[in-house]
Write a protein that binds this ligand. Structure first.
Ligand SMILES: CC(=O)CC(=O)SCCNC(=O)CCNC(=O)[C@H](O)C(C)(C)COP(=O)(O)OP(=O)(O)OC[C@H]1O[C@@H](n2cnc3c(N)ncnc32)[C@H](O)[C@@H]1OP(=O)(O)O
Ligand SMILES: NC(=O)C1=CN([C@@H]2O[C@H](COP(=O)(O)OP(=O)(O)OC[C@H]3O[C@@H](n4cnc5c(N)ncnc54)[C@H](OP(=O)(O)O)[C@@H]3O)[C@@H](O)[C@H]2O)C=CC1
Length: 283
């Protein structure tokens, strides 16, 4: 079965990026979120990205219009009745994702694959919410989606080989590189990245250095494109905390305890770039 019609759930930074790259590769896309306002914000981001590519001469103006015409706004999960694949990119919360997958299972056609862009949560547990665990899979894009090449593909315990192959093939169509990993908390990417970010936050919390100094050490000393505190703001501090909680609970090991400063910032609503303030301030 060839995938043609896709629904992306969550029009935040990841969902809008995923919708953009799918539409650019010829898929028709429903971009779904709870509110029309959030979808409008997501679409605005997509238009800005594509517009920048046109200005730089990397994309024809016609191609931009064609891409945009493939994306429809959706505030109803019922639209999943028309798709071959759903990619869920709502908030990193197991209760929210479980609820979405339970509902999708009743709406999406029997052949449809249900993928999640979760950063850390168990695919097997999400799949168990459905009566089609063989068609549930992790498809973990990196931020910013239009730029980053990697997609981690995670099989749940019951994921069928054909489903893995279809998602691997689609990843290549999106001009990205699939890497297969097993279903463990944080997979590979966030099992390694997020403890580094959490340690950078502890380093700030314990007064070892200023935020700028911590970022400079990792940028200039290790050639990271962004310092870890800037990267945490870019990812979203709520998402960073959710991932650390998943690692902490999933492994039951105190080495993954989230830094109290991270908790405090999230409680204050300082979520990073997306809320205008995190470790740094943004206009
Ligand atoms: C949390 C998880 O579950 C997993 C994750 O995603 S972890 C996060 C993984 N991502 C990272 O680690 C990103 C680290 N940062 C970087 O790689 C770079 O800083 C960056 C790519 C974001 C920006 O690169 P830069 O060289 O500083 O900036 P800049 O020159 O402005 O941009 C480079 C290109 O990216 C594009 N770009 C930058 N930010 C973008 C964005 N938010 N959306 C779309 N495109 C973007 C630019 O348009 C530019 O495109 P062209 O090459 O076609 O001109
Ligand atoms: N940020 C990152 O760097 C990366 C994140 N991810 C993962 O991608 C997912 C999304 O993250 P990100 O885009 O950063 O988060 P954002 O907060 O930017 O976006 C999440 C979006 O999902 C919406 N949403 C929440 N609940 C529902 C629902 N029930 N149905 C439809 N939409 C819903 C939110 O709406 P509202 O704001 O109204 O609640 C919001 O628009 C998470 O699972 C995250 O772990 C994966 C890779 C990288």
């Amino acid at each position: 079965m060839a995938i043609k019609n896709v629904m992306v759930i969550g029009a935040g930074q990841m969902g809008s990026g995923i919708a953009q790259v799918c539409a650019q590769s010829g898929y028709t896309v429903f971009l779904n979120d709870l509110s029309a306002d959030q979808i409008e914000r997501g679409l605005k981001g997509i238009k800005k990205n594509l517009g920048r590519a046109v200005e730089k001469g990397k994309l024809e103006a016609d191609a931009m219009e064609e891409t945009l015409s493939r994306i429809s706004a959706s505030t109803s999960l019922e639209d999943a009745a028309e798709v071959d694949l759903v990619i869920e990119a709502a908030v990193e919360n197991i209760a929210v994702k479980a609820d979405i997958f339970r509902k999708l299972d009743k709406i999406a056609p029997a052949h449809a694959i249900l993928a999640t862009n979760t950063s850390s949560l168990p695919i097997t547990e999400i799949a168990a919410e459905t009566d089609r665990p063989e068609k549930v899979i992790g498809m973990h894009f990196m931020n910013p989606v239009p730029v980053m090449k990697l997609v981690e593909i995670i099989r749940g315990l019951a994921t069928a080989d054909e489903v893995y192959k279809e998602i691997e093939e689609m990843t290549r169509v999106l001009n990205k590189v699939p890497v297969e990993v097993n279903d463990f908390p944080g997979f590979v990417s966030n099992r390694i990245l997020m403890p580094m970010i959490n340690e950078a936050i502890y380093t700030l919390y314990e007064g070892v250095a200023s935020k700028e100094a911590i970022d400079d050490v990792m940028k200039l000393g290790m050639n990271h494109p962004m310092g870890p505190l800037t990267l945490a703001d870019f990812i979203g501090l709520d998402t960073c905390l959710y991932i650390m909680e998943t690692l902490y609970e999933g492994f039951g090991d105190s080495k993954y305890r989230p830094c109290p400063l991270l908790r405090k910032y999230v409680k204050a609503g300082w979520l990073g770039k997306k809320s205008g303030r995190g470790f740094y301030e943004y206009q």
